[in-house]
Write a protein that binds this ligand. Structure first.
Ligand SMILES: [Zn+2]
Length: 392
């Protein structure tokens, strides 16, 4: 029958016989049963199609044109003629003990990959948040092996009484390894210490905060530690900005406004400055010597960044450190000491291409997830969501 075929195609369910469709306000009810098939008895393996009785099960399906869709499935219970065992017929699109078709699960599974709140997703699918929660709770995230390149960072997750959580990732293959409940060294040590393939970790990427360097040296003494490029470059911009704020404070109102506007000019890459930008900066430097110096150091650091290889970078970086220490700008002197302490790891970034860019991206998505969910105080659930969003 053409009509029947159309409905089956529309429903995208295989081997069903649709007996009726009712539309009420906001809901579509589909009455159906499966085409009769032979079944194996789960007890003795005999083949049978003998029906013991029928039961109607209500199953939620994905919505049709925005209407909540409910299947009234007339399910057969078979009886084995040989051993008398009674058993339900097998239905491809429905797992046992489920009130939803498999494709509802699949749809939610896909939606959970987006940075949306459980509440939102549940609402979209006309189910309660705990039900949507159960779907994601059923997924387990196991961590296999440690990667060749391991990146570590922290983020402000505010879960289970801990302000910061720790994130471990494989930046080379763009994969989250795991999320740890806090950033304590004991936690990280005992977690990483469990892996049998620690020897496979050849590079560790981190930023200069968090104090992970000694911990990582302990755990992976054979590995090369690399400071994330974005992180150390950012220190320069922060320093320029702090000098600007200091200078702004001691100037008249009129200049203060001018300085405020200049914020973005100072941080802009110098090769992107227009003629007008340069004139404005020159005016600024004419009245503020510290700012001129700070900007000079920023540009000099761009020269360090542009180094071709480790050797050149080493020479340029140590020159920069010396110049910064002579600058009498306390902000830059501070940065120069940090760079001195981390120079080996900074120079490693000129030799190996690994950064924390991937983790940075993860952290941004975590922020969005936290915002749309109005916080995620339960760590286990938070971790599962992050893993789900980032792994796929
Ligand atoms: Zn049997």
């Amino acid at each position: 029958m053409l009509y029947k075929d159309c409905i089956e195609k529309l429903l995208q369910l295989k081997d069903v016989i649709v007996t009726n469709i009712e539309c009420t306000s906001g809901q579509i009810h589909v009455y159906l049963r499966m085409e009769q098939r032979l079944h194996y008895c789960p007890a003795c393996g005999s083949i049978t199609s003998k029906v013991h009785d029928y039961r109607t099960q209500l199953v939620r399906d994905i919505s049709i044109s925005g209407y909540e869709t409910i299947l009234h499935l007339r399910k057969r219970r078979h009886v084995c003629p040989k051993c008398g065992k009674r058993f339900d017929e097998h239905i491809d699109f429905l797992s046992r003990y489920r009130q939803f078709t498999n494709r509802v699960n699949l749809q939610i599974y896909e939606q959970l990959k987006k940075c949306r709140s459980i509440k939102d997703i549940a609402e979209d699918n006309n189910m309660s948040p705990p039900t949507a929660d159960r779907i994601i709770n059923a997924i387990e995230y196991k961590t296999g092996k440690l990667p060749e390149v391991l990146a570590i960072d922290e983020f402000r997750g505010n879960a289970e009484g801990e302000k910061f959580q720790c994130i471990l990732a494989d930046p080379k293959n763009r994969r989250v390894i795991d999320i740890l409940p806090d950033r304590k060294h004991e936690t990280i040590r005992s977690y990483l210490g469990r892996f049998r393939n620690r020897r496979d970790v050849r590079y560790v990427v981190m930023d200069m905060t968090g104090g992970y360097r000694n911990l990582m040296k302990d755990l992976f003494p054979w590995a090369t530690i690399i400071v994330d490029k974005y992180h150390y470059v950012r220190q320069i911009n922060y320093a320029v900005e702090r000098v600007r704020v200091e200078e702004q404070k001691r100037l008249s109102d009129q200049w203060r406004k001018y300085f405020k506007r200049s914020k973005y000019l100072l941080l802009k890459d110098s090769d992107k400055l227009t003629r007008e930008d340069r004139i404005q900066l020159d005016n600024l430097f004419r009245i503020s010597e510290p700012l001129r110096k700070a900007y000079g150091l920023k540009q000099q650091f761009e020269y360090v960044k542009a180094s071709d290889g480790r050797k050149e970078a080493a020479a340029r970086l140590s020159k920069w450190i010396m110049d910064a220490q002579k600058s009498e700008l306390k902000e830059f002197i501070k940065v120069s000491f940090t760079y001195q302490r981390w120079s080996k790891e900074i120079l490693n970034s000129f030799e190996y291409p690994y950064t924390n860019g991937y983790i940075e991206g993860c952290n941004n998505r975590i922020k969005v997830l936290k915002r749309v969910s109005f916080g995620m105080p339960r760590f286990a659930r938070f971790r599962r969501r992050i893993m789900h969003i980032m792994i796929n």
